[in-house]
Design a protein around this ligand. Structure first.
Ligand SMILES: C[S@@+](CC[C@H](N)C(=O)[O-])C[C@H]1O[C@@H](n2cnc3c(N)ncnc32)[C@H](O)[C@@H]1O
Length: 272
């Protein structure tokens, strides 16, 4: 496997990400079943669980979309809490694991987060726990789509890689926390098989990219969280770039909650 940073030809998007999640779906679920569970919404490797965090509030009766739902643990949790839920993911393999775990009471659909197959204003709330965002070339495209399918006043709460984590090696060891990559470099990280095929891609969005994208999509940001490790977090070895010792020094996850203004209250959009 060859890895590095560099452009991904448009003709290969979003195939590398899909290929990875198709191949790794079963293995990913087995590896993380203990920390992600089957019907919990765990926001991040630091172990922040929605049952304690209450970032979404009461979802009962709401039309809820989970973006990049993977095996749909979050969607299952929301359905159990009384929401009408749809979970979307680009990977048929991840959705298959989700179906096997059970999809009674909610809908799973294969879709690209940047081209959602739903009508305008179809949902009251959208959320994502590391779904899709690290794997899309433009988070702004996803934010625009999420804004379109949310009703005025709708909320969007998501976790993803902390933008600053990009500058460090992908290591859990605090001794390796030296800046080895430019924060401003948007070229994605890739892994290429010996045959030359791209096997995995991960994109970088700076803090400004997130905020500008949200703002242009019409969102008003309510809060930003940088979760610290919880007592119930997974073992240090479970997630490659995460560990309790590393997490004690720098954040690796960012959580953002935003909402669309009610009709008639236009958000101020920045000009380009
Ligand atoms: C790290 S997993 C997160 C899923 C789940 N929340 C979890 O913690 O297991 C990332 C998910 O994003 C999905 N994904 C990647 N690119 C996507 C896209 N463009 N649209 C929708 N889903 C995508 C992958 O297939 C994968 O299931």
């Amino acid at each position: 496997m060859i890895s590095g940073y560099g452009p991904v030809p448009a003709s290969q998007r979003p195939d590398p990400a899909v290929a990875y999640w198709e191949t790794e779906a079963e293995q990913y679920y087995r590896e993380h079943a203990g920390s992600l569970g089957t019907d919990r919404l765990v926001w991040c490797p630091e172990g922040l669980d929605e049952s304690q965090a209450h970032l979404l509030g009461d979802v009962a009766g709401q039309r809820v979309l989970e973006v990049g739902c993977g095996a749909a643990q979050g969607a299952r949790w929301a359905a159990g809490a009384g929401a009408q839920v749809v979970g979307i993911d680009l990977s048929f393999g991840m959705l298959s694991v989700g179906r096997r775990l059970g999809s009674d009471g909610f809908t799973l659909a294969q879709a690209d987060a940047a081209a959602l197959p739903f009508a305008d204003s179809a949902f009251d709330l959208a959320f994502s726990a590391f779904g899709a965002l690290p794997h899309v070339p433009s988070v702004a495209d996803v934010y625009a789509e999420v804004a379109r399918v949310l009703r005025p006043g709708g909320r969007w709460v998501f976790s993803t890689d902390h933008p600053f984590a990009w500058v460090f090696p992908d290591s859990p060891d605090p001794a390796e926390l030296w800046v080895n990559h430019s924060y401003f470099d948007r070229e994605p990280y890739f892994e290429r098989a010996a045959t030359g095929e791209l096997a995995y891609t991960q994109y970088h969005a700076t803090l400004a990219d997130h905020f500008t994208g949200l703002s242009r999509a019409g969102f008003v940001v309510d809060y930003l969280a940088e979760p610290e490790w919880t007592k119930s977090a997974a073992a240090d070895a479970e997630w490659t770039a995460w560990s309790r010792p590393r997490g004690a020094l720098v954040p690796s996850t960012i959580i953002i909650a935003a909402h669309l203004p009610e009709s008639g209250q236009a958000a101020v959009k920045p000009s380009s």
